[in-house]
Structure formats: structure tokens, C-alpha cells
Design a protein around this ligand. Structure first.
Ligand SMILES: Cc1cc2nc3c(=O)[nH]c(=O)nc-3n(C[C@H](O)[C@H](O)[C@H](O)COP(=O)(O)O)c2cc1C
Length: 382
């Protein structure tokens, strides 16, 4: 030990790397100890016990620029923070005197069978975390039987992601409203030819991205290529471009939900884009409650998906109880991908275990039984 100390004084290259302390960004403290980690080095997956741990590990290993690109959100990040905090305001009702010895977590999304009612939401550039990029997300999702919806701004091509999935794996694909219609037509054709079964059409980038200060410090915002003039007429025209089912993503008001119902969409996706577009936008909890209060028929007439700040199995159960049929995870799988497929698989294992444990504690034997009787939202005031 003494000789190492003397040697390290003589040769700075032998200086031991100082134990890392990482700013945990106010995430719940569950005792994660990073003192044995080395900055820039992938920590062992065995240290990871929940999705927040995965975010801290990604912060430790990714460059500041790439971490910011995943973590960033718009303006003061009020909506980003609200997404994380809203779940603490909802109380879960746990019923006794029920047989919960056999839990059913499987469900259908647009008629396709999946083992859980949560999915990997579209998120651009998985290649910033791992060379395998979207391939690990597709493969881990396929093995677990959950839905993956790659972003149109992925690192890998539409075709490569399709090939990375298992044989017969059902995936949907996200699309943006580009101002270049030729590009839209070409991408929709390729998505269909590659075997994707539905389109999540993101409608909340209305020609522009949110101003994301955290990532602009590394990369200034540039022209998004999104159309700013996309109105109901454009939506009608868009629907003629593909015969795949289209699900508008980024619905934030009950009025837009009702419009989509009247237009005959099979589903909508309630989302504020992880707080990355309109700062101040409500959380999915509030939007789902607003839809139920004003236009409850939406939940009978179409499937509703939701996301934003989902980090615990209980968060997903809250959204399901409020009427979502399936719940998306945005940042967590991107962070988990620092370990490649093994990380994404561990995420799915940990998250599904949290979900099943809490279902059992709530007296819910089948995810499709969840309804508003399981949640108390009295603390949420509009
Ligand atoms: C790094 C990153 C990239 C994203 N890229 C897209 C995208 O290309 N298309 C899209 O519709 N949504 C995109 N989103 C939004 C996600 O689909 C999702 O709505 C959001 O991340 C959910 O919030 P969460 O990250 O708190 O789970 C992105 C989100 C992140 C974090």
C-alpha cells in the first residue's frame, strides 16, 4: 500500500481515480452507492435495482453531450419535473379479500398480444448509448414479449431495426410530420414493407422543437424539418398515405382527444413528449383525468396510451387505472441501453416485477381489471 502511495506520487498516471459522487438530480434516494464507480466506466449491472439507478449509471458513463441529449427537456423543465412528481400525489387503493395467487399481465394493443401493458416509446438516436443502438431495444422487447416503437429519427434504418427483432415480433413505428411530403411517403412505404404494424404519428412538434437549454449548451437547435402548417385537412390527406392504423401521439387536451374520436382513429397517445416540447403542458395523469371529466366516451370509443415520467411499476398502474390501455417508457430504455440488450432486459425484468408486486398488493389479479376505483386523485386539483 505504502509503495503504491510512493509510486503514485512519482507517477501521476498511477493516481487512483477518485470515488465518484454524482448529482442524483433529486431522484428518490433508495441507497444507491456510487463510491466504487469510476467516471466514464460502465458500472456493473448488479449494482442496478431500479430505473432511476439506470439514469445515474448513464450519467456516469455517457459524455456530457450525450447524457444531455437524452435527459434534456424544455425551458424550466416544469413539465419534465411534474411528470416525475405527479405520481406521488396519487394514492393507490389496495383491496384485501381477493385471490391474487395468479396474476395476468398480458394485454392487447391494437389487437396484438403482448405480455405486459407497457412499451418502449419512440426515442431518437439510441446509438448515443451503445453501438448496438435500436437493435438491443428491439431484441430485448421481442424476448420479453413487449411492444417496441422505434423513432423515425433512430440511429439505425427502419429496415435494420425490423431485422433486429425476432421472427413474428410485432412492432409499431413512429413517424413525424415532415414538411417534405416525399420523405413522408417514402418512409411510410418503407415502414409498411419492413413489417411494422402501426404508425404512431407525433403531432406535438408543431413545426418546431421545445427550447431545450440543457442540450443546447452542447448543440445549438437547428431546423427540425417538421411542418408548421399541419391542420385537420393535412391530417385527412396524411391518412390516405398509408393503410396502416395511425395513432396520433402527443395529445394533451380533451378537445384533441374528442377530435380524434370523431375522426375515427383506433387509438390516441396522451403525452407531453417527456416535457421536451411545451413546458407548462399538463402531465398524462391530469390529461387522462380531464378526458374522463369532459369526454369519458373517448375511453369506450378508442384505445388510449400514455407516457411521461413513468419510472416505477406503480406509475404505470396509475395511468392504467386512469384509463390508459398501455404505458410508454421514454428515457429509461435509452439509459438502460448503456449495457446493450442486457441492460434493457434488466429494465424490463425490474419494471415488470414492480408492476406485478404492486398489482398483488392492490388486490388486482388481471391488469385489465384496473379502473378508477383503484386510485384516489383527491390531491390533484385543477
Ligand atoms: C431522447 C429522447 C428522444 C425522443 N425522441 C422522440 C421521437 O423521435 N419521436 C417521438 O414521438 N417522441 C420522442 N421522444 C418522446 C418519447 O416518445 C416519450 O414521449 C417521452 O420520452 C416519455 O417521457 P419519459 O422520458 O419521461 O418516459 C423522445 C424522448 C427522449 C427522451
Amino acid at each position: 500500500m505504502l509503495s503504491f502511495f510512493v509510486l503514485s506520487l512519482l507517477c501521476p498516471l498511477l493516481q487512483p481515480v477518485l470515488a465518484v459522487t454524482i448529482d442524483m438530480e433529486g431522484l428518490p434516494d433508495t441507497g444507491l452507492d456510487t463510491s466504487s464507480w469510476t467516471t466514464g466506466v460502465l458500472p456493473p449491472l448488479e449494482d442496478i435495482w431500479d430505473l432511476n439507478d439506470m439514469q445515474i449509471a448513464a450519467k456516469n458513463v455517457l459524455s456530457g453531450k450525450f447524457y444531455a441529449s437524452y435527459r434534456t427537456a424544455a425551458l424550466n423543465e416544469y413539465t419534465y419535473q411534474a411528470n416525475l412528481n405527479i405520481y406521488s400525489k396519487v394514492r393507490l387503493n389496495g383491496f384485501g379479500f381477493r385471490d391474487v395467487s395468479n396474476l395476468q399481465t398480458s394485454t392487447t394493443i391494437l389487437g396484438h398480444n403482448f405480455s405486459y401493458p407497457f412499451f418502449i416509446a419512440p426515442a431518437a438516436e439510441a446509438g448515443h448509448a451503445n453501438k448496438s443502438a435500436e437493435a438491443s431495444l428491439a431484441s430485448a422487447a421481442g424476448k420479453a414479449g413487449i411492444l417496441y416503437v422505434p423513432s423515425i429519427s433512430s440511429t439505425l434504418s427502419i429496415e435494420k431495426i425490423a431485422k433486429a427483432g425476432l421472427k413474428d415480433q410485432v412492432m409499431f413505428h413512429q413517424e413525424y410530420i415532415w414538411s417534405n411530403t416525399t420523405q413522408v411517403i417514402d418512409e411510410l412505404d418503407r415502414i409498411k414493407a419492413a413489417g411494422f404494424k402501426a404508425i404512431f404519428l407525433t403531432v406535438d412538434n408543431t413545426g418546431i422543437n421545445g427550447i431545450r437549454t440543457r442540450s443546447m449548451r452542447y448543440t445549438a437547435g437547428s431546423d427540425t424539418g417538421h411542418a408548421a402548417n399541419f391542420d385537420l385537412n393535412s391530417l385527412a390527406a396524411f391518412r390516405n398515405l398509408t393503410d396502416l392504423p395511425i395513432v396520433p401521439k402527443g395529445i394533451k387536451t380533451w378537445q384533441d382527444a374528442l377530435t380524434c374520436l370523431h375522426l375515427g382513429f383506433p387509438a390516441i397517445y396522451v403525452s407531453n413528449h417527456g416535457g421536451r416540447v411545451l413546458d407548462g403542458a399538463p402531465t398524462s395523469v391530469e390529461i387522462l383525468m380531464d378526458i374522463r371529466k369532459n369526454v369519458p366516451e373517448v375511453f369506450d370509443g378508442m384505445e388510449v396510451y400514455a407516457d411521461g415520467g413513468v419510472r416505477r411499476g406503480t406509475d404505470a398502474l396509475i395511468l392504467l387505472a386512469l384509463g390508459a390501455r398501455a404505458v410508454g417508457l421514454g428515457r429509461p430504455p435509452m439509459f438502460a441501453n448503456i449495457w446493450g440488450e442486457a441492460g434493457v432486459s434488466r429494465l424490463i425484468d425490474l419494471f415488470s416485477q414492480e408492476m406485478k408486486t404492486s398489482m398483488q398488493l392492490m388486490g388486482v389479479s388481471n391488469v385489465n381489471q384496473l379502473n378508477t376505483s383503484y386510485v384516489n386523485t383527491n390531491a390533484i386539483v385543477f
